[in-house]
Design a protein around this ligand. Structure first.
Ligand code: S3P
Length: 174
């Protein structure tokens, strides 16, 4: 089984993910990092030099590769599960998708000084986050097997998810 963390930029997919991996003994993988290592460029550079479509293809490829493996905690990018093909691939590989749901006001606060994420480098960032979040929120819920309230500190959320993972492992074995 793989544990897939999805949700909006800034929801804590990576910071919760590595803590969760430590608690469960799974291996942590961040899809953005896999793409960056394969391309030898940052996500921002890929968007700027090759365009978003090229990034999305690389993302789908990474989803396919990672879904062949087992016992991973996978931090997706904020757009990964917007593509239904990626959601199907995760499920076919035995993955459980968890949506980390964080209130939009908290996301706006966490992301206000970000310089790394290409989609946020715009003057109307606060309004953009609000609108984009409203658009994506139902899609995260649709993709997810579980919705996790994730506004609390990362370690608290990671502990809650670790308890859920233990339950899921029991079910898988029975
Ligand atoms: C994206 C989110 C980013 C990264 C890329 C696109 C998105 O990941 O994959 O910039 O479409 O929301 P994080 O959610 O880890 O910031």
């Amino acid at each position: 089984m793989n544990i897939i963390l999805c949700g909006f930029m800034g929801c804590g997919k990576s910071s919760i993910g590595w803590r969760l991996a430590k608690l469960t003994g799974y291996k942590f993988v961040d899809i953005d990092k896999v793409i960056e290592e394969d391309a030898g460029m940052t996500v921002r550079e890929i968007f700027a030099q090759k365009g978003e479509n090229a990034f999305r293809s690389a993302e789908t490829q990474a989803v396919k590769e990672l879904s062949k493996r087992d016992n991973l905690v996978i931090a997706t990018g904020g757009g990964t599960v917007m593509n239904p093909e990626n959601v199907d691939t995760f499920h076919e590989g035995g993955g459980k998708i968890l949506f980390l749901d964080v209130p939009v006001a908290a996301l706006q606060e966490r992301l206000k000084r970000d310089v790394r994420r290409p989609l946020l480098q715009r003057p109307d960032r606060r309004e953009f986050i609000y609108k984009f979040h409203r658009e994506r929120h139902p899609k995260y819920k649709d993709a997810a097997d579980f919705v996790i309230r994730a506004g609390a500190p990362a370690i608290v959320v990671a502990r809650n998810i670790a308890a859920l993972v233990t339950e899921l492992e029991k079910k898988e074995q029975s």
